[in-house]
Design a protein around this ligand. Structure first.
Ligand code: C2O
Length: 531
């Protein structure tokens, strides 16, 4: 294995967004930020230097961080943020992982512009379990806003500003209000194959992805190989990554790439389509582009078909190690509520919760509190089921109020967990992409309506369920996941819609140390930022 060293300077950068100049926070002046390239089992170090006036921390989304929670990144969960002028070196090993992941800021809403891809190649000499593509291309989907992201983050308890446009590799493509340029172009040669490493770095929208006249062969999600399948449309939630191979099967020409949001019932979200294009070599500039429309915003059947096609590869080399016995069976409701608020207009504010608990961010990092036994920072009494049971999809409860707390759920080392995530669909009909730090999990089941503990588990897929780090919990429905708590530390779990995280749709697991020699959290590095 090799050591890969990177340096990330977090700086203010002048950009022109939608014909308006503004300053954004970037890494090394780039949007999207630099791609980290490494191989399975390599050691990666990233020296992050904070040159801006905001607190900064960076999360390596999907990297398992075995025993190295200090390098995971979420502010006040595993570290205190890097203060203005500060430096921190993230140091971790990519143990047993290969595929596409990504990195992003994990404080305030800075991830809007502070993000980039992580490409983990297989070990030298180890082939992909599918024919090697001729070329590989990173495709990062994001947002473009003319308002400063930091203003948005301060609007706690209010709906976020609708983003002004989506972007593909930093560019929205020509849209009505600003036709300045043609968007991201992917140059292709007829007959060749291209693996797109797609990342959804958008703040708040699940996205559909399509290319005119071309099929997409999905081979991997969240850095785990899947049984390859062919589709017209990819669905990707914030936090998720998808590798898909496109073969340049068409004649010379230009073909539109279209990206637009999915939402079960359209509400006021950014419904602009971002566009890019495939350009075959030898195509004249005057050639008209072949168009494609993204699915309409409420195309739930298209979304379901895509999700139901995902299966672990589950081969001899890459077996799906689904836990078959369960030590901790958890049932978490996720939803939005309304709490009284003295300083708010109308005297109330929208909050979000898991099991009726709106998570309160601590001011000391939880991992530090856990490791050094600092009391008074958190409690470990997070409930295994909701405090207020009700019919999640029937009439709405009269009491939306939630409790507040910094509550964690404690898991013994190596115990197995089944977690049913039930959406309560109380206010907004949208999926919640739930992300668990420190683990991959298997998505063993999914359904609409109330989870039925007597019936639904009988239909769980325990053979080849998709393995990932972020799962969409369907609006008014549920997803069931299983994982093994084989990574000691403190691990955040939250909705990857930034607005819901801000409102409190988050909690954390503590995984205790095991008794074996390699079963405990390693000591913190000496440059770990102080609070
Ligand atoms: Cu991609 Cu906690 O985040």
């Amino acid at each position: 294995c090799r050591i890969r060293n990177y340096k990330f300077n977090v700086i203010m950068t002048n950009t022109t967004k939608l014909c308006k100049s503004k300053q954004i926070v970037t890494v090394n002046g780039r949007f999207p930020g630099p791609t980290i390239v490494a191989r399975e089992d390599d050691i990666v170090t990233i020296k992050v230097v904070n040159h801006v006036k905001y607190n900064v921390s960076i999360h390596w989304h999907g990297v398992r961080q075995l025993r190295t929670g200090w390098a995971d990144g979420p502010a006040y969960i595993t570290q205190c943020p890097i203060q203005p002028g500060g430096t921190y070196v993230y140091n971790f090993t990519l143990t047993g992982q290969r595929g596409t992941l990504w990195w992003h800021a994990h404080v305030l809403w800075l991830r809007a512009t502070v993000h980039g891809a992580i490409v983990i190649l297989p070990k030298l000499g180890v082939p992909y379990p599918f024919p090697k593509p001729n070329k590989e291309v990173v495709v990062v989907l994001g947002n473009s806003d003319t308002e400063a992201v930091i203003n948005q983050a301060q609007k706690l308890g209010q709906a976020p500003n609708v983003s002004d446009a989506h972007t593909i590799n930093g560019n929205p493509g020509p849209i009505a209000s600003c036709l300045a340029n043609g968007g991201f172009k992917l140059h292709v040669d007829q007959g060749k194959t291209y693996m797109l490493r797609i990342v959804n770095a958008a703040l708040n929208e699940e996205l559909f992805f399509r290319i005119a006249n071309h099929k997409l062969k999905v081979v991997e999600v969240d850095a785990v190989y899947v049984k390859p399948f062919t589709t017209d449309t990819i669905l990707i939630a914030p936090g998720q990554t998808t590798n898909a191979i496109v073969t340049a099967t068409q004649k010379a020409g230009k073909y539109l790439v279209a990206v637009a949001p999915f939402m079960d019932a359209p509400i006021a979200v950014d419904n602009f389509t971002a566009t890019a294009s495939l350009h075959y070599s030898g195509t004249l500039t005057s050639t008209a582009i072949k168009l494609v429309a993204p699915p309409p915003q409420n195309s739930t059947p298209v979304a379901n078909t895509f999700i139901n096609s995902l299966r672990s590869l589950n081969s001899a080399t890459y077996p799906a190690k689904v836990p078959l016995t369960i030590d901790h069976s958890l049932f978490f409701t996720i939803g939005l509520g309304i709490n009284p608020c003295k300083t708010c207009v109308n005297g109330s504010r929208v909050v979000a919760d898991i099991n009726n608990i709106t998570f309160v961010m601590p001011t000391t990092a939880l991992l530090q509190a856990h490791y050094f036994n600092i009391s008074g920072v958190f409690t470990d009494d997070f409930p295994s089921k909701p405090l207020i049971p009700y019919n999640y999809t029937g009439t709405q409860p009269t009491n939306f109020a939630t409790n507040k707390g910094t509550k964690l759920y404690r898991l013994p080392y190596n115990s197995t967990v089944q977690l049913v995530l039930q959406d309560t669909g109380m206010i907004a009909p949208e999926s919640h992409p739930i992300h668990l730090h420190g683990f991959n999990f298997f998505v063993v089941g999914r359904g609409i309506g109330n989870f039925n503990p007597n019936k639904d588990p009988k239909n769980f897929n325990l053979v080849d369920p998709v393995e990932r780090n972020t799962v969409g919990v369907p609006a008014g429905g549920w997803s069931a996941i299983r994982f093994r708590a084989d990574n000691p530390g403190v691990w955040f779990m939250h909705c990857h819609l930034e607005v819901h995280t801000t409102w409190g749709l988050k909690m954390a697991f503590i995984v205790d140390n095991g008794k074996g020699p390699n079963e405990s959290v390693i000591p913190p590095p000496s440059d770990l930022p102080k609070c």
